[in-house]
Design a protein around this ligand. Structure first.
Ligand code: BES
Ligand code: MN
Length: 464
């Protein structure tokens, strides 16, 4: 393909020309507080679906629908946008995924700027969802705009699927797959919801951890009692919960739950100084666990306490608490089913009940891990597109986060090649305060995706 270099430089020029408008559309999306968590106003999620639908229609996709399927409890799922341009006869179809819902902003006081008023500082655009995953939405829109500007007739079908409830665990996704299986069917699936290795170095995500959460409750008394009259022979529920939680890790900080799978050490590692800086670890705080840092993030389990119900300090009185509870979040590496990991966690909690306290486990969400079949034709095409867009060879990485619906998607479309890409970088602070996207990286992701689509159009049939 002698014209590849010329097409790449023409596409790069188109991406540069369209980028200011793309950034401004990203800013408009960030202004919509589309938090899918139940406690937030779902009218904003509907509004962001409308805006995404309009963007995709403008990007030249003729068939755009906003669709909902039922959740397991019968309630309606969040609105998803499905936009399509059918493949010419015999040509492959690419499904481009992103999500338009965002995490709650958290405490506004921890943000330097309003979470829903995008602000550019240097090359970064700050705002909730600026990276996760409204930048992913705009990557798809930008790639389609760039290809339209190039004006070729590409022999590829395109389906853009922008979900509205990923941050809530995609509760209606399985039903959605049943209801709209034909519309989502594709040869290559690009999930733009992950991270690159660092600014300037692209990555293809080849593994993601799964997820199990739930609430462990510790009960010691039928009712609260005076801490002077009864304190001593009775340990309060807060202390007992702390003792139970302390059994979950060994003294080195490794997860100490029997029966959890530990995978092989990854081939690349995460530099400790960079990891400390990216995570904002305070000086003097030591890292937990053993082995490489990448292994602790990608191929080993991680267990965090993400919430505690206990007497608040404001309501503290001289009483012994009868009960306390903690929400636990367990990340499960590829190679273990979340159900098996949950059984191991539950067994550990029950076996370690301190002083015979009543320990009960209330299951929450489960999500499966993902491990890519390496070296499909589509993955090679993606790596080549990344190398051209960044001028640097990409790395294959694992990720400690979870995108559980990928496993569901692969069950329904086992022959599809899955490419997990994304716009984040280690300083994006997804889910945290001061989330941001690096605009230079977004520009490269747009170009890479346009190059990839062009390349897939040249592949014959479904890549193996
Ligand atoms: N985009 C993230 C997944 C991710 C995190 C990719 C870090 C790359 C690096 C995704 O939106 C997410 O946060 N998923 C949730 C899943 C949960 C709600 C089922 C997660 O990992 O907590
Ligand atoms: Mn995301």
């Amino acid at each position: 393909m002698a014209d590849d270099a010329a097409a790449a430089s023409a596409l790069r020029a188109h991406v540069d020309a369209l980028f200011p408008a793309l950034q401004s559309d990203l800013e408009s999306l960030v202004r919509i507080p589309s938090v899918s968590a139940a406690a937030f106003d779902q009218a904003h999620v509907a509004a962001s679906a409308d805006v995404v639908a309009a963007l995709l229609r403008d990007a030249g996709l003729p068939d755009v629908q906003i669709l909902r399927s039922a959740r397991p409890d019968g309630s309606p799922g969040a609105p998803a946008v499905v936009a399509r341009r059918l493949a010419p006869q015999g040509a492959p179809t690419v499904l481009l995924y992103a999500h338009h819902d965002v995490q709650p902003p958290g405490d506004a006081a921890t943000w330097a700027t309003d979470p829903f008023e995008p602000v550019q500082v240097g090359e970064r655009l700050f705002g909730r969802g600026a990276a996760d995953d409204k930048a992913g939405v705009m990557a798809h829109v930008g790639a389609l705009r760039a290809l339209a500007a190039l004006g070729e007739d590409l022999a590829v079908g395109v389906t853009v699927f922008v979900e509205g409830e990923e941050e809530s665990g995609s509760p209606s996704f399985l039903q959605f797959l049943t209801d709209h299986r034909d519309a989502l069917e594709a040869d290559v699936i690009v999930v733009a919801d992950s991270t690159n290795w660092k600014v300037g170095v692209p990555a293809l995500t080849t593994s993601l951890r799964g997820l199990v959460d739930g609430v462990v409750e510790v009960e010691v008394l039928g009712h609260a009692v005076h801490s002077g009259m009864f304190g001593g022979p009775v340990l309060d529920a807060n202390t007992q919960l702390a003792r139970l939680v302390a059994t979950l890790h060994d003294d080195a900080g490794n997860v100490a739950v029997d029966g959890l799978v530990v995978g092989a050490e990854p081939e690349v590692d995460y530099d400790e100084a960079a990891f400390r800086a990216d995570s904002g670890l305070l000086d003097g705080v030591r890292l937990a666990g053993e082995g490489t840092i990448a292994g602790r993030l990608w191929t080993k389990p991680a267990l965090s306490v993400i919430g505690i119900d206990a007497t608040s300090i404001a309501h503290a009185s001289n009483t012994i608490a009868p009960r306390a509870a903690a929400k636990l979040s367990l990340r499960v590496p590829p190679g273990q089913d979340p159900a098996a990991a949950e059984d191991a966690l539950r067994a550990h909690l029950e076996a370690h009940a301190p002083f015979g306290a009543r320990v009960t486990w209330k299951p929450g969400e489960q999500g499966k891990a993902f491990h890519a079949v390496e070296d499909s034709a589509a993955m090679r095409a993606a790596r080549a597109a990344f190398a051209t867009a960044w001028g640097t060879e990409p790395v294959d990485i694992g990720v400690g986060g979870s995108i559980p619906f990928i496993a569901d998607l692969l069950e329904v479309f086992p022959a599809a090649a899955i490419l997990v890409t994304g716009v984040e970088d280690p300083d994006s602070r997804a889910h945290g305060a001061n989330e941001s996207v690096h605009l230079g990286e977004l520009r490269k992701v747009v170009l890479a995706e346009a190059l990839l689509l062009r390349q897939v159009a040249g592949l014959s049939g479904a890549p193996a």
